[in-house]
Ligand binder design. Structure first.
Ligand code: PLP
Length: 503
């Protein structure tokens, strides 16, 4: 019987189709070819710039053969593709693996996790159902148990290894709404500080909470949520017939690393009968250190917590995590199966299937990228790294304060509890527009040689520079280089604007 493709003999079609079935030797050859690029890359990453600029950009645009406008009909040699990737494409733009990357929230991307990814992708097991890969699911469980223990959760807790902090936050909102309001969530309101990460607002909007029911509340001088203002708003909302159901606190805001008062968070959530979620995407893994544990005291009382291994555990991008104090609640909110996904008699009532614990169905083997590096090194290596970063942030803060006390016009955010320092040039008698211009220029000057990348934000209405130390490759010399560049840049900018400042 004919099914089309009459022009091609079936043997030729089969041969093409089988090209995807690499044998062990072909795979080894491809990996070895790749390693020929990856090994020198890794050896040089400690000296690589944090930002690479327009020269490479121009070259990239010329390489149109690498960006075909439709599916390529023929394959290209691996070496050509690898050469192109490592020649310029990879080097273009921001480089979060570089020790000079002090922008946004870095992590660095420990290489051990990429080996885990290689294994996970080749064995390609389905982790949605426990019975599909029982011992591998036990690795995911083990990692989640470590995290639960770290935040101080007890029996009955558990979590979901997500693709990042945003999806973890979204799953927390879904769970909180389901638990607090069931299917009658349309009047539900959520409360958090104006310093929240936008993933909270975005997730709330995505799950159908109207913008008018998302309250971004004022903060104190330390950028921590003002709980009194939050409570007053909850009361006012109740009077309007709305249904407050969720308070989101922060264990490390993105702007300044501020930590909301954990004890007040729990108290307010109890008084108002709310779900209390803590976004610890940035700050969570500092719980591995003594200082972190002290500063995040009380976090174990949260109903759910987001942590982000691709930040504080230095993993390559792609792994976040939602922890819940009572796993049954997460399952109640997320479990829904099609007829083609029957439950099996005798399924464990203690350990649920991953597909019932998140919005995802098909799940890769995510735990391995955490388990392998942790098992290879032990937790002390990670703890030592986090402690070093806390010290480095203190050093940055102290240097800026020293400059300030020598009469230089710096505004500096309060003594950092984690590893972000926010600051700006702030000479008196200068308009807010001029101040923003000066600080934009400060950043441009610092970024000139590409070795250091900082990032801007808006804080208290003014353009402010953020420096965040969290890449595992960042050490004292890199932070000192950043400080030197900031100091030089400030002198230039102040000189350039000397006239407008003195007027
Ligand atoms: C405090 C905070 N929450 C949530 C997120 C979102 O996490 P992700 O980028 O992994 O989705 C971030 C990211 O920087 C963050 O800093």
């Amino acid at each position: 019987m004919s099914h089309g493709n009459e022009s091609k003999p079936s043997s030729e079609i089969d041969e093409r189709a089988r090209e995807l079935e690499l044998n062990g030797e072909q795979f080894r050859s491809l990996v070895e070819q790749t390693l020929n690029y990856l090994s020198p890359y890794l050896d040089s990453v400690g000296e690589q710039p944090a930002i690479a600029g327009p020269v490479l950009e121009r070259r990239q645009r010329e390489m149109t053969s690498l960006y075909p406008s439709c599916f390529p009909s023929l394959g290209q040699p691996a070496d050509f593709l690898l050469q192109s990737l490592f020649g310029s494409m990879i080097h273009e733009g921001y480089n979060p693996s570089s020790p000079g990357y002090l922008a946004f929230i870095p992590g660095g991307g420990i290489p051990e996790s990429s080996v885990a990814d290689l294994i996970a992708n080749i064995v390609n097991r389905y982790l949605g159902l426990r019975r599909a890969a029982p011992q591998l699911a036990a690795i995911d469980d083990t990692v989640l148990d470590w995290f639960c223990q770290m935040v101080g959760y007890g029996p009955g807790s558990g979590g979901y290894l997500s693709p990042g902090g945003s999806i973890a936050n979204m799953t927390a909102i879904i769970t909180a709404r389901h638990h607090q309001l069931g299917e009658h969530g349309h009047l539900g309101t959520i409360y958090t500080s104006e310093q929240t990460h936008h993933s909270i607002t975005k997730a709330a909007l995505h799950v159908g909470i109207p913008r008018g029911q998302i309250r971004l509340l004022p903060v104190d001088d330390f950028c921590r949520l003002n709980h009194q203002a939050a409570e007053a708003m909850m009361e006012a909302d109740r009077a309007q017939g709305l249904k407050p159901f969720l308070l989101v606190s922060h264990a490390g805001t993105t702007n300044t690393g501020a930590i909301d008062r954990m004890d007040d968070g729990r108290k307010l959530a109890d008084i108002q009968s709310l779900w209390w979620h803590v976004d610890a995407a940035y700050g969570g893994f500092f719980l591995l250190t003594d200082r972190g544990r002290q500063r995040l005291q009380g976090i174990h009382d949260a109903d759910s917590i987001t942590v982000d291994p691709h930040k504080g555990l230095f993993l390559p991008y792609g792994t976040g995590c939602l922890l819940v104090k009572d796993l049954v609640r997460l399952r109640a909110a997320c479990s829904l199966r099609g007829d083609y996904m029957p439950r099996q008699a005798g399924e464990s009532s203690e350990r649920f299937d991953a597909c019932d614990l998140s919005p995802e169905q098909t799940r890769d083997f995510r735990g391995l990228r955490i388990w392998l590096p942790m098992m290879l090194h032990g937790v002390d290596v990670f703890r030592a790294n986090l402690d070093e970063k806390l010290d480095l942030a203190q050093h940055v803060y102290q240097t800026l304060i020293d400059w300030q006390s020598q009469g230089e016009p710096w505004w500096v955010s309060p003594n950092p509890e984690l590893t972000v320092v926010a600051f700006r040039l702030s000479p008196s008698n200068t308009t807010s527009e001029d101040l923003d211009t000066m600080n934009r220029e400060l950043l441009e000057e610092v970024h000139q040689d590409g070795s250091i990348l900082l990032s801007p934000t808006i804080l208290h209405g003014a353009l402010t520079v953020r420096l965040c130390v969290l890449c595992f490759r960042t050490h004292q010399s890199h932070v000192d280089k950043a400080l030197e560049l900031i100091h030089q840049a400030a002198r230039k900018v102040l000189q350039r604007h000397a006239k407008s400042i003195s007027n």
